[in-house]
Design a protein around this ligand. Structure first.
Ligand SMILES: Nc1nc2c(ncn2[C@@H]2O[C@H](COP(=O)(O)OP(=O)(O)O)[C@@H](O)[C@H]2O)c(=O)[nH]1
Ligand SMILES: [Mg+2]
Length: 359
C-alpha cells in the first residue's frame, strides 16, 4: 500500500528544511514495516497515536509499533516545468507516485533567502497549480475519442468524463475540486491525475507566527478557500528537532506552540490519505495497522500476513473505547463487548482485533 506524501513547492519555499525536520523523526529500524523503503529523499515517520500507550499498559507489553507514513522531498517544480523548464518533467513521476501532496508555501520574509517578488503564498500556489493542471491536461489530451461503431457504454462514459475534466482544467480548476460521481471517480483513476490527489497546505511562516492557528493565517494571506492550512515555521521545526526532552518542551512553550507543527502535519497527512487504523494488542506488542476506509476484516487480516487473509475464519473485535473501559479482552468479553465478525465485516476506526485463521 502506498503511503507516500509528496512535498512540493517553489524553490526556497522551505521544502527541504521541513523534510529534514521530518527526517529527524525517521524510524531507524524498518524491519517491522514490510512496505518501508528508505531512499535519500524519502523520510519514513511514525504517526503519533496516544491510544497505543494506553493499550500497552492494559496488556502489559513494552513494545509499541505505530503506523507510518512516508514523506518525499520533490524538487524541481518551477513556472514552465510542465513544458520542461528547470528539472523538466522528472518531478511529475515523483508526484504521480505519491498518494497525497503537501504544498509548502513561503510566508516568511528573509532577505538572505532569495526571492524576486514580494512574499505572496497565494500567487506561489497559483504557479504550482497551473503547472499541475497543465500536466494533467497533457495526460488527458492523449486520450482519443472512441470509434462510435465499436465503443462500449463505458468507453463513451470515459470520453464524456475526459471532456468534462479537460474543461475544468482549462479553467484552472483542480480535479479534486470537481464534483464527480462514484462511477466517474473509478473511471478517472487510471489517468493518475496530479490535481486529483488530496492536498494539504503548509504555510511556512515567520518564527514569531509559528503559534498562530491555520484559520488566522489563512485569513491574513487570503487562503481560506484553498483547504486545510497548517502554519509551520520550518526553521523552528528544524531547531526543535535538534533538541530533546525538556529542552524541546521549554522551547516550544516559549514559542507558544502547543503541539509541534510536524506532529500536526503527520497526523493530517495520514488523515488525507483516506486511511484508517486498526489495532492489535497482545503480550508481544501493541501495534497500529493501516488499511483503507471501508476495508473488510479479511482484507485487514491480509495486511498482517497474506496467509491470514486466505485462511480467514473470524475476527474477534472490540472498540478501542470498550477495550480501555473494560481493561482488556477478558473484561470486554464479560461485558459482552467483544464480537465475532465474519468475512463481510467492515472495519471501523480504532477496532482492536484478533484474527482467527486456518493455515
Ligand atoms: N527565515 C527562515 N528561513 C527559512 C525557513 N525555512 C527555510 N528557510 C531557509 O530558506 C532557504 C531555502 O530553504 P529550503 O528548505 O532549502 O527550500 P526548498 O528549495 O524549498 O527546499 C534555506 O536557507 C533555509 O534555511 C523559515 O521558516 N524561516
Ligand atoms: Mg530543496
Amino acid at each position: 500500500m502506498s503511503l507516500s506524501i509528496g512535498i512540493v513547492g517553489l524553490p526556497n519555499a522551505g521544502k527541504s528544511t521541513l523534510f529534514n525536520a521530518l527526517l529527524s523523526r525517521q524510524i531507524a529500524n524498518c524491519a517491522p514495516y514490510p512496505f518501508c523503503t528508505i531512499e535519500p529523499n524519502v523520510g519514513v515517520v511514525e504517526v503519533p497515536d496516544l491510544r497505543l500507550k494506553v493499550l500497552a499498559e492494559i496488556v502489559h507489553t513494552e513494545k509499541i509499533v505505530p503506523a507510518i507514513v512516508e514523506f518525499k522531498d520533490i524538487a524541481g517544480l518551477v513556472a514552465g516545468a510542465s513544458k520542461g523548464e528547470g528539472l523538466g518533467n522528472k518531478f511529475l513521476s515523483h508526484i504521480r507516485e505519491s498518494a497525497a501532496i503537501v504544498h509548502v508555501l513561503r510566508a516568511f520574509s528573509d532577505e538572505k533567502v532569495i526571492r524576486e517578488e514580494e512574499i505572496n503564498p497565494r500567487s506561489d500556489f497559483e504557479i504550482i497549480k497551473t503547472e499541475l493542471c497543465l500536466a494533467d491536461l497533457q495526460t488527458l489530451e492523449k486520450q482519443r475519442e472512441p470509434n462510435p461503431s465499436v465503443a462500449t457504454k463505458e468507453d463513451r462514459a470515459r470520453w464524456e468524463l475526459v471532456l468534462k475534466l479537460r474543461r475544468a482544467l482549462e479553467e484552472g480548476v483542480e480535479i479534486r475540486k470537481v464534483d464527480l460521481s462514484g462511477e466517474e471517480k473509478l473511471l478517472a483513476k487510471p489517468f493518475f491525475l496530479l490535481t486529483a490527489k488530496p492536498a494539504i497546505f503548509v504555510l511556512n511562516v515567520e518564527e514569531n507566527q509559528a503559534g498562530r492557528t491555520g484559520g488566522e493565517m489563512a485569513n491574513f494571506w487570503n487562503l481560506s478557500d484553498m483547504g486545510e492550512i497548517i502554519p509551520i515555521c520550518a526553521k523552528v521545526e528544524m531547531e526543535l528537532s535538534d533538541l530533546s526532552g525538556q529542552e524541546r518542551i521549554d522551547y516550544q512553550g516559549e514559542l507558544g506552540l502547543r503541539e509541534s507543527g510536524l506532529e500536526k502535519l503527520i497526523n493530517k497527512g495520514y488523515e488525507v490519505l483516506g486511511l484508517q487504523t486498526f489495532l492489535t494488542a497482545g503480550e508481544k506488542e501493541v501495534r497500529a495497522w493501516t488499511i483503507n476506509k471501508g476495508d473488510t476484516a479479511p482484507k485487514a487480516a491480509g495486511v498482517i500476513h497474506t496467509d491470514f487473509e486466505k485462511g480467514f475464519i473470524k475476527a474477534q473485535v472490540c472498540s478501542y473505547e470498550n477495550f480501555v473501559l473494560y481493561k482488556g479482552w477478558r473484561g470486554a468479553a464479560e461485558a459482552g463487548k467483544v464480537k465475532l465478525e465474519g468475512k463481510e465485516y467492515q472495519m471501523r476506526e480504532g477496532d482492536v482485533v484478533e484474527f482467527k485463521f486456518n493455515i
